[in-house]
Design a binder for this molecule. Sequence first.
Ligand code: 6R9
Length: 648
Amino acid sequence: MVSDGLLFPAPEDWAGKAHIDAAGYEAAVARVQSDPEGYWRDLAARLDWIKAPTKIKDVSYAKEDFRIRWFEDGVLNVSANCIDRHLPHRKDDVALIFEGDEPGVSDKITYGQLHDQVCRMANVLKDLGARKGDRITIYLPMVPVAAVAMLACARIGAIHSVVFGGFSPDSIAGRIQDCDSRLVITADQGCRGGKKVPLKANIDEALEQCPQVEKVLLVRWTGADVPVVEGRDVVWNDVRDAASPVCEPEPMNAEDPLFILYTSGSTGKPKGVLHTTGGYLAWASWTFEAVFDYRPGEVFWCTADVGWVTGHSYVVYGPLANGGTSLIFEGVPNYPTPSRFWDVVDKHKVEIFYTAPTALRALMREGDEHVLKNDLSSLRLLGSVGEPINPEAWLWYHRVVGKDRLPIVDTWWQTETGGILVSPLPGATALKPGSATKPLPGVKLQLVDAEGAVLEGATEGNLVITDSWPGQMRTVYGDHQRFFETYFSTYPGKYFTGDGCKRDADGYYWITGRVDDVINVSGHRLGTAEIESALVAHEAVAEAAVVGYPHDIKGQGVYAYVTLKADATPSEELRKQLVLWVRHEIGPFAAPDVLQWAPGLPKTRSGKIMRRILRKIAENAVDALGDTSTLADPSVVDDLVRNRAGAK
Ligand code: 6R9
């Protein structure tokens, strides 16, 4: 490996200046061990409580008395924490910087203006019938009104469910139905890479399957002429000015739900990951300050969409809870040119930049000149999230973007964890390219083998977490049993992450990727089961099996094996049709990169598909197929190998 033995010490000039330096890290680790109650109480004290919590932690991962509660008698409001409490000293400071898809389109929103917009929208939502505890689905482009909508929900105690703008009508409908939203917030269109995204048209199509939706709040963004359904749709731009800019924040219990975010698992339909108010915000807020060493006044740019958890925690809640300035970018890394990210960094003097390895790999391929023509001297810290960063991409990021001087925080976490759990602290941790380094104070990791035996020292195994942290998800919306079964039953008494991981002799953690049937395509998390069920919903398909395979840019690509019904014949045209079908059923990012016809799939005698074998064929590791003798019909493997599609 190119990075073997490479170690980048924390910059010397950060010592004494960073929020947490090496001594601070050691002290925090020691304190959370010796005085957990005090440590967590202090962490909660960074928020503004209407009633401060006296009960700090009440957690059991055991089946008999399973519960996860943090700060449970505390009362607070998230929007007040993200806005109101900054007003006395930061009313005119910039909360959000907006950079549009087209260069030249940008805007700034101060904390005072954000307060005004959020209160007005909160009042409109109330007028539309929304109450505390109601679910509101948000389907918006990456524009400031998306943050306004989330905060307006939080202000009135409604639970938001943001659906990424790349999802199809069917995917939206499933998510609306699952949490029974009566109200949807959307826009006419979004803009990405010079193209328009038909958001309202997708919502209209989705709502044909969702009779319970009573109201749609429509944001006019591009101004496109879209149908407005009489009695159902209300145009935000028309009602905004008449709405009152005064809206008292709803007092919420720390354990009241804040949001639901759907994410893919290894089985079945996407799960509604539920996060609550106090613990989530405390964790998003503290990790933002600690990991990014953030100080108010600095411009922070996280390139993730608010449709994913990274956008929730590090575009909206973490930065705003700290009184920070967060940049919202509507576009894509390579539009209009592969210099776009770096143009935006220079234009807005971005100090801290946080992106995904897939974007870095794509930009790396375009050549250094697209980076080098920019100044980039405003940058002081770089971050990575979403998938393992390969050392080549890390070293490129460090050398070309970071000019060999900027620390990189490789942050490991999940939708389920609410915020970062494993990451360097830039003023404290020596970096190794490709390693997320060490757990944050209070995060207790273990590596276990398939049977659950704890592995010590330098080793490789499955990553589990043995105790709770405040930002942990609390349930799968509407299915608490599934929550327990999915995460706490594989290794009783422990939270199973679904990731494989190595630990080296220095105690550094190296995430190796998912060990379940979840794949990570360009940083988008997908369940292979979802793609399979989309494929079999097509009339020509009898059966389908989907696996991930290594892909240079995307990290993983989607490889689909498809068995057709007896009356269907394989053809190039049908192959294209099926790829389009998946795009339409789930979203463009889920479309198979490779689709191989499979007259039969390798199955055990009990009928279980042997994905291990399919993965090896997809990876072109056909001489490492292992034992195939237990298969019901070993000859299907020969056929698949012989007709292996040219996966690149
Ligand atoms: C935040 C987010 C979670 C899965 C996770 C893991 C992968 C995320 C990573 C990483 C290696 C990192 N992952 N960050 N793998 N190094 N720094 O991405 O949430 O969409 O739920 O995905 O992403 O496999 O289990 P989510």
